[in-house]
Structures are given as structure tokens and as C-alpha cells.
Design a protein around this ligand. Structure first.
Ligand code: CTP
Length: 416
């Protein structure tokens, strides 16, 4: 494979220091970085540390005659396979959205003919401000990929979305864009060609009235990573997903749903499948009645509930596992546990009659994060996997699935 190269624009924000970590992580993955450091960016990291890590000259000023004779801004903007802005500040996104070109970074963004990825990091209020929302929308409709920032405590002491995503998640996004999404995990020949994989992901939303619902914090990341890896391995993939903010991976058929009952119906409609992977965090209960009109608290209106009456939702995994006809050949469930992971997963395996359980240890910060710590529990044994990126968990799981199908094939050949 030829070496991949990114043009990394480092703008001025407290998260700029993480771009150094990104350069290293990209390097470990065989991706070279050539960097532009904005004036603001240089307040947070020095050109010297950037050039030491990237092993290249760092570009800082638009009207530097030496640079213009060496490599002009037009050529610079096209010298890479992908342009990455990290961190992307509100200011630089505003400039890019409006086509300004008054410094090297904005000029390169305007001149490039390559895909662009922006990784925002800013104060939560700045991220949520109407002008920033508009700029992000404009950039996205112009074809720029803008990652969603992470949520959490910020350097400024506030809390909310605006933190730079984890460096591993940024690297995974960059790899996906460099490889055009198709061979995200590097599979050689397509081991699942001709197979149909059905997968659920994300949360479900159970309505209480037209504007309120019961749900959970599932981000959908693990399920989407598995769907992408299955497609990369050559499978036809149906991804039945609750509401999440992720783009469907390339080559995957997305069926968007809201409630658990819609999710079950969509899965049944998608059968037959060779493998079913139940990653969704399905709400166990739903409000027994969803009001047709918004429930009111005041005005003597008696519609406001004093307590919630809940009904149990169908168990999608157990329903598909127990099917007499059209049971997928391999049924894989997920189990989120904080303790006695293996024992509880084994009990779940029996109760839901699935073939394998991927047991998540959620005692740490797995939910919504980029990493996952799992054990693969099968009727005959258990494999404990190290804590790793969700993309890598997906790749390993898909390899195990491919091996299982190869084994089934080998068994059939031997029996004949
Ligand atoms: N699942 C499902 N339909 C449901 C509930 C869960 O398909 N209504 C699936 C999930 O997608 C996952 C597995 O079942 O594959 C998780 O089972 P669950 O019993 O919900 O386990 P936990 O979420 O781990 O919670 P608990 O241990 O409290 O039962």
C-alpha cells in the first residue's frame, strides 16, 4: 500500500497540544503528517515540537517568499490525501464556511481539491451558538466532514459537548476517510462475501408524548464500527439503528428506527440473515400509553401523569434466537456488566439462547467512549481481550465470525 499523507492544520485552542499526540498516533499507523500551524495555534504549541514530531518543515505564514518558492499554498493544499483541521476552532470554521482566505490555513482550505475533516474543540456555549451551528451545517453541506465533539468537563470549567474527541477516534475517522471507508479494517480477500449480516445499534426511544421519551446514553459507536467492519469483510449488511449522531458506514444498508417494537419489526423484515449481532441498547420498558398530545402540567389539565405506567418491551435478541424458521446461523448478543462479567454473560447466553455473548466491562468509561474492554463468551470458552479501540474490537469480532463460517464450511466438506 502506498504511504498516506495528511495536511494537518493546527488552529489556536487549548486542545492544540493534543494534535501532537495525533501526529504520533498517525505515524504509528503509517500516516505522515505535514503541518500548518496558525498564529493562534503557535500560542499553544511551538513550530519546533510540531516539526520534531512530524519530521517535516512546519508551515506558518501565508506571505513567506521562501515557502512560496519552495511550495506555494496551492501546492501545499494538494500535497496530501486528506486535509485535517485539528483542533478546528469556531473562528477557523467560520472562515472556511464563508470562504475567507486571509491566512495560510484558510487559504489552503479554500484551495484544496482533497477531502476535508474538521475536528472541533471549543467551549460548549461557543459550540452551541447559533452562528457556529449554521457554520457547521454549511461546511457539512459543502462536503466537509465535521466530527461531533465529545461531551464532558472542559478546560474552562464548564460541562457539555465541545471537547476534542479521543485521539484514537480521530485516527479511526482519518483512516476511514483515507481508505474511503471500504477497507477500514484491512481484510485481504473478503471472507464474508455472499453472507447477510443483520445488526442492531444505538438506543431506542420510547415515547411518552409527542415531545418526550425514555431512552439511554448509547452512542451507537460500537455497533456502527462492527457494521463497517462487516461490510469491509464483504458481507451485505443491514444496520437497524436507533437515533444516533453517526453517519452510516459506507456500503451498509441503514434502517432507522425509534422504538424497540419498530426495531424488532425491522429485524424480522430483514431476515433471513447468516449472522445477527444485537448491539443495540434496547429500552427494557416503554410507557404503557403514549399520549397523542403533549402532556400538560398546569391549567387544571388531568393529563399530567403522577407516576409512569410501564410495559415490558420485546426482547429482540431472544426473539430472533428462538425462531424455529429463519433463525440466523450465528446469533451474537452483547452484555454490559460491571462485575462477575463472565458468569453473568454465561447466564445471559443460556437465557437468550444466543451462540456468543460479547461481554462489556462497563465499570470504567466505556459508554460513549472510543475504547472498549470485552470478553467473548462462547459455550465452550471465554477470550478476554485487552482494552482497545472500538474499531479494533469490531475487526477482531468480524475475524472470529469469518473463522466460524470457514469452520462450518470445512466441517461440511469433511462430512461429505
Ligand atoms: N436486547 C434486546 N432486546 C431487549 C433487551 C436487550 O435485543 N429488549 C439485547 C441487547 O441488544 C444485548 C443483550 O440483549 O445484545 C443485552 O441483554 P440485557 O438483558 O438487556 O442485558 P444488559 O443490558 O446487560 O442488562 P441486564 O444485565 O440488566 O439484563
Amino acid at each position: 500500500m502506498t504511504e498516506k499523507r495528511v495536511l494537518l492544520i493546527i488552529a489556536g485552542g487549548i486542545a492544540a497540544y493534543k494534535s501532537l499526540e495525533l501526529i504520533r498516533e498517525l505515524g504509528r499507523n503509517g500516516i505522515k503528517s505535514r503541518c500548518i500551524l496558525t498564529k493562534g495555534g503557535a500560542e499553544f504549541v511551538t513550530p519546533l515540537s510540531v516539526s520534531a514530531l512530524s519530521g517535516e518543515k512546519v508551515y506558518t505564514e501565508l506571505f513567506d517568499l521562501d515557502d512560496e518558492s519552495e511550495m506555494g499554498h496551492i501546492q501545499l493544499s494538494r500535497s496530501a490525501d486528506l486535509v485535517v483541521v485539528c483542533p478546528a476552532t469556531a473562528d477557523l470554521m467560520a472562515k472556511a464556511a464563508h470562504g475567507h482566505a486571509n491566512d495560510l490555513a484558510s487559504t489552503a482550505l479554500l484551495a484544496t481539491d482533497k477531502p476535508v475533516l474538521m475536528v472541533p474543540a471549543m467551549n460548549v456555549r461557543m459550540w452551541e451558538y447559533a452562528a457556529t451551528r449554521r457554520n457547521v451545517e454549511t461546511l457539512r453541506s459543502d462536503g466537509v466532514t465535521v466530527m461531533e465533539p465529545d461531551e464532558g468537563a472542559m478546560a474552562c470549567g464548564e460541562f457539555g459537548p465541545g471537547r476534542l474527541p479521543d485521539v484514537h477516534a480521530i485516527t479511526a475517522q482519518i483512516e476511514a476517510m483515507l481508505h474511503d471507508g471500504m477497507d477500514l479494517p484491512s481484510f485481504g480477500p473478503k471472507p464474508l462475501a455472499g453472507r447477510h449480516a443483520l445488526i442492531t445499534a444505538g438506543p431506542t426511544r420510547e415515547p411518552l408524548d409527542p415531545v418526550r421519551f425514555l431512552s439511554n446514553h448509547s452512542s451507537g459507536r460500537q455497533g456502527y464500527a462492527i457494521a463497517g467492519a462487516l461490510a469491509a469483510a464483504g458481507a451485505r449488511v443491514t444496520l437497524v439503528s436507533g437515533p444516533v449522531s453517526l453517519e452510516a458506514p459506507r456500503g451498509v444498508d441503514l434502517v432507522p428506527v425509534e422504538t424497540a417494537r419498530e426495531m424488532l419489526a425491522a429485524c424480522e423484515k430483514a431476515l433471513p440473515a447468516d449472522v445477527f449481532i444485537s448491539v443495540a441498547a434496547v429500552a427494557d420498558w416503554r410507557p404503557s400509553r403514549a399520549a397523542a398530545k403533549k402532556l400538560k402540567l398546569k391549567e387544571g389539565d388531568k393529563t399530567a401523569p403522577q407516576s409512569l405506567d410501564l410495559s415490558e418491551n420485546p426482547d429482540i435478541l431472544a426473539t430472533l434466537s428462538r425462531k424455529k424458521k429463519k433463525r440466523p446461523t450465528l446469533v451474537i448478543g452483547f452484555a454490559a456488566e460491571t462485575h462477575d462479567v463472565e458468569e453473568l454473560a454465561r447466564a445471559k447466553l443460556k437465557r437468550k439462547r444466543c451462540d456468543w455473548i460479547v461481554a462489556n466491562d462497563v465499570s470504567g468509561d466505556v459508554m460513549g467512549g472510543a475504547d472498549n474492554q470485552v470478553s467473548l463468551v462462547t459455550p465452550t470458552g471465554v477470550d478476554h481481550w485487552d482494552r482497545m479501540d472500538k474499531t479494533e474490537v469490531a475487526r477482531r469480532l468480524v475475524l472470529r465470525i469469518a473463522e466460524a463460517f470457514e469452520g462450518e464450511l470445512a466441517g461440511k466438506v469433511a462430512a461429505e
